[in-house]
Write a protein that binds this ligand. Structure first.
Ligand SMILES: C[S@@+](CC[C@H](N)C(=O)[O-])C[C@H]1O[C@@H](n2cnc3c(N)ncnc32)[C@H](O)[C@@H]1O
Length: 205
């Protein structure tokens, strides 16, 4: 595909309009600036091919947004669909069972979109059985908790294409998420970019 850019006003407006349209259809936890960051990362990584993944789907808001901008990449969605698992002492503002979405409702919302795989259950066990050669150009993590974030980083990192992007919600406001990133990246060459809102992103080297 050609050069994609959000560097001009009509394309920015289109992104914001798409975010507004999606939010009217389905509740999304992401702030407008965070949804924009995700949109921009999804747009720019289209050229890498591979697959797109979301760990932490809830009611499908951010997954629905990804459907607008993933291009022809397959989308893999991971969630317990029973809410957050056990929390640790670091996860002070979260509770087990919070953010319980329904898989059936998410499937209904995303029904018009092709090539979506649902991986229901506790991650990383729900990722068992993937072909060893699966590669992702974009991973969106939004799991709130220390252990889920650490498990997500461990599983996805070796499966992200060079130049691919991992973007996570709640880096700024959730101590567990922050701790998991700091531990995991301590011996890695990648830099973490703290974005507007609460997100952070990493480009795989
Ligand atoms: C804040 S919600 C996601 C919000 C969604 N991305 C959005 O923008 O609408 C967090 C989700 O992470 C899921 N989650 C957290 N840890 C998980 C784990 N280890 N395995 C599967 N799902 C997990 C919860 O079930 C919950 O649906």
């Amino acid at each position: 595909m050609g050069i994609v850019s959000l560097g001009n006003e009509p394309q920015r407006q289109e992104a914001y309009e798409t975010i507004r349209k999606v939010r009217l259809e389905v509740p999304m936890v992401l702030l407008e600036s965070e949804a924009y960051n995700l949109y921009a990362a999804a747009l720019q990584t289209q050229k890498l091919g591979g697959a797109v993944a979301e760990l932490g789907v809830y009611r499908g808001g951010s997954a629905r947004l990804l459907c607008e901008v993933r291009g022809d990449r397959p989308l893999h969605l991971f969630d317990t669909f029973e809410g957050l698992p056990e929390v640790s002492d670091l996860d002070v503002s979260f509770r087990k069972g919070g953010f319980a979405g329904s898989l059936e409702d998410v499937k209904k919302i995303l029904e018009p979109f092709p090539d979506i795989s649902y991986h229901r259950g506790f991650f990383p066990a729900s990722a068992n059985g993937f072909a060893p050669d699966i590669r992702f150009s974009l991973v969106h993590m939004d799991v709130d908790l220390y252990q889920s974030t650490l498990d997500g980083l461990k599983w996805f990192y070796p499966r992200i294409l060079r130049g691919g992007v991992l973007i996570s919600h709640d880096y700024v406001d959730a101590a567990g998420v922050r701790q998991a990133f700091q531990e995991f990246l301590a011996d890695k060459p990648e830099c973490l970019i703290e974005l507007a809102g609460t997100q952070a992103a990493m480009v795989k080297l």
